[in-house]
Design a binder for this molecule. Structure first.
Ligand SMILES: [Zn+2]
Ligand SMILES: [Zn+2]
Length: 422
């Protein structure tokens, strides 16, 4: 037993093989899909000035109020580990004047985020997101493209039972009116609200709509719907988005209660959920944030993006199918010192060709080397001893039952290349 001092922190986990292969699959697939839509990778610090997050995410959100890892560094500055990616991307966009480049500018990022949440199944204090942010186009076309790209990614990953929900939460013009309508609606029901919602009642009543407390869920029955209050421009945008999603054959449903827990969204919000994940069932979520760049001191720049939770996608992939970790193509068993050196030379030659080769311990028995080849799941075993060195032929055996035979040393590469191409 290791002492508590040397254990990972609560809510933080190591990601080890074989799970890591699923992580890599998610990351590599995302990279491939995002690049065909013209998104470029950016890498940003995991720590920022606290104000980067309080300003963008909003003072009255769960994230800022309860969940940030905020501390004072040795220079007496308040810094925070990033709880999400968008704020940092926007900070970088403005700081590096990326708005001077031709629009739209499309970026993606991948990495750890940190929130001090109560750890529970599927939730971690260090969790990983892959996210995209596209700047400079106010039209619904960009929203549709981003959502279609997300749907394509999930389908390339082989996830079934996912559904896209969309909503419009209005703009600076129409949201104040909706806010008033909500305040009026909840004014007679205030006592029934949970402490969080009660506190947010006049500042951010929209948050009551996505509160998880059962009392709040009950109280909001019959509440005015945002989609009945949005202005003409927001309505046109929302309808255009729906027709484009239909055109792109992305199936979606409308969810007028989905307001998302962040202050910066305008117009489109969306979530992708999966049956397989229970209550915490959002796999990815995002929306449009047309005011955020300006709030960071940049020029008026509309933007839209999403973030996808890698842990959740990996969990779904695990449920869908047991993942086969990659295995070595060949294990070379050798008997004796000379054969051992020969096997190392052959391994090097094959590795230079990009083939995964493992070698056994030439001082061990053939039996123990075969056992190790088996445990590694190697597809083929080569056997080299004194006799093989003399004859210039090695013995091969397919561990998947694909036969056995002999092979000239000079034929090894051709033999394996044929296998790999098969
Ligand atoms: Zn509007
Ligand atoms: Zn509540």
């Amino acid at each position: 037993m290791s002492s508590a001092q040397y254990r990972s922190l609560k809510g933080m986990q190591d990601i080890l093989p074989p799970d890591i292969y699923l992580w890599q699959k998610v990351e590599q697939t995302a990279q491939r899909i995002f690049s065909v839509y013209g998104f470029q990778e950016i890498r940003l610090p995991v720590m920022e000035s606290t104000s980067v997050f309080t300003r963008s995410i909003g003072e009255n959100t769960d994230i800022v109020e309860k969940e940030m890892y905020t501390f004072t560094d040795k220079g007496a500055r308040s810094v925070s580990l990033r709880p999400e990616g968008t704020a940092s991307v926007v900070r970088s966009y403005v700081e590096n004047s990326l708005y001077n480049l031709p629009a739209p500018q499309k970026f993606y990022y991948s990495g750890p985020m940190f929130r001090y949440e109560r750890p529970q199944s599927g939730r971690f204090r260090q969790f990983y997101q892959i996210g995209v942010e596209a700047f400079g186009d106010p039209g619904a076309k960009l929203d549709a493209e981003v959502i279609a790209m997300l749907a394509l990614l999930l389908s390339f990953l082989g996830l079934e039972g996912v559904s896209v929900q969309i909503n419009s939460i209005g703009c600076e013009v129409c949201r104040p009116g909706y806010r008033e309508a909500l305040i009026t609606f909840f004014s007679a029901k205030r006592e029934g609200l949970c402490p969080d919602c009660l506190r947010r009642y006049d500042k951010n009543p929209l948050r009551i709509l996505d509160c998880k407390a059962s009392g709040c869920i009950e109280l909001r029955q019959g509440a005015p719907r945002i989609t009945d209050h949005i202005c003409g421009d927001c309505r046109t945008h929302f309808e255009k988005l729906q027709s484009l999603l239909s055109l792109l054959k992305v199936s979606f449903s409308l969810n007028p209660e989905m307001v998302r827990g962040l202050d910066y969204y305008t117009r489109t919000t969306f979530e992708v959920t999966s049956q397989g994940l229970g209550a915490q069932n959002a796999v990815a979520a995002g929306g449009r944030y047309d005011r955020l760049v300006r709030e960071f001191g940049g020029p008026e720049t509309p933007a839209v993006g999403f973030a996808l939770g890698i842990e959740r996608v990996v969990e779904l992939l695990k449920k869908a199918a047991p993942h086969a970790a990659p295995v070595p193509l060949v294990f070379i068993a050798s008997i004796g010192d000379k054969a051992g050196s020969e096997s190392l030379g052959i391994a090097q030659q094959l590795r230079q060709r990009g083939l995964w080769v493992e070698t056994g311990d030439p001082s061990g028995s053939l039996k123990s080397q075969m056992r190790r080849a088996d445990r590694l799941g190697a597809r083929y075993v080569f056997i080299i001893g004194d006799e093989e060195l003399l004859s210039g032929r090695l013995k091969w055996k397919g561990l998947d039952g694909s036969g056995q035979g002999e092979l000239l040393f000079s034929e090894i590469e051709a033999f394996l290349t044929a296998l790999v191409e098969k």
